[in-house]
Design a protein around this ligand. Structure first.
Ligand SMILES: Nc1ncnc2c1ncn2[C@@H]1O[C@H](COP(=O)(O)OP(=O)(O)OP(=O)(O)O)[C@@H](O)[C@H]1O
Ligand SMILES: [Mg+2]
Length: 152
């Protein structure tokens, strides 16, 4: 487990750039943390660090659970989930499994609401925002992600 304390937006960007260098097709990132804790901001930095043009917009999609980023400078697709609205219905039977460990990178905000379909191996990134201080803690489940974590 690795904790990065007192993360400014530019610290977050640097952390995302560092992580991006070690990510590959099929990887799964689970982003935990309260509303406004910085999950989307981190995802935006990551998408840019993976080569997306500046005109690729990354935000928390209000009405869509899944946002896909393809082309526009990206070497592989990125599947960005915000599962917040699945809280009461779960993620089963919607075909979301196809996007996990598939042909791209999968990033999930509010993964606790997709727990019914998540595999056992992933990189977990936790965002804590408290008293104007932002900490990011990264931990790994599975050998592949443990090796990745060692590189950070
Ligand atoms: N490290 C940071 N330093 C300063 N401001 C930040 C940082 N990370 C995020 N922010 C700001 O905090 C606000 C909320 O961030 P963000 O949208 O990333 O939260 P979120 O975790 O995705 O929330 P939600 O669960 O609602 O999707 C944004 O205005 C963002 O610019
Ligand atoms: Mg968000």
């Amino acid at each position: 487990m690795l904790t990065f304390e007192k993360q400014s937006l530019s610290d977050t960007t640097k952390l995302a750039q560092n992580l991006a260098a070690f990510l590959s097709i099929g990887d799964l990132l689970l982003l935990y943390g309260d509303l406004g804790s910085g999950k989307t901001a981190f995802t935006r930095s990551l998408v840019q660090a993976l080569g997306a043009d500046k005109n690729v917009i990354v935000n928390s999609p209000t009405f869509t659970i899944l946002q896909q980023y393809k082309g526009h400078g990206l070497v592989f697709p990125i599947y960005h989930f915000d599962a917040y609205r699945l809280e009461n219905i779960g993620a089963a039977d919607q075909g979301f499994e196809d996007y996990i460990n598939g042909d791209g990178l999968t990033i999930i905000e509010w993964p606790q609401f997709m727990a019914d379909i998540l595999p056992g191996e992933y990189l977990k990134i936790e965002f804590v925002y408290d008293k104007d201080k932002r900490d990011i803690t990264i931990s790994a489940s599975g050998d592949h992600y443990r090796k990745l974590l060692e590189k950070l």
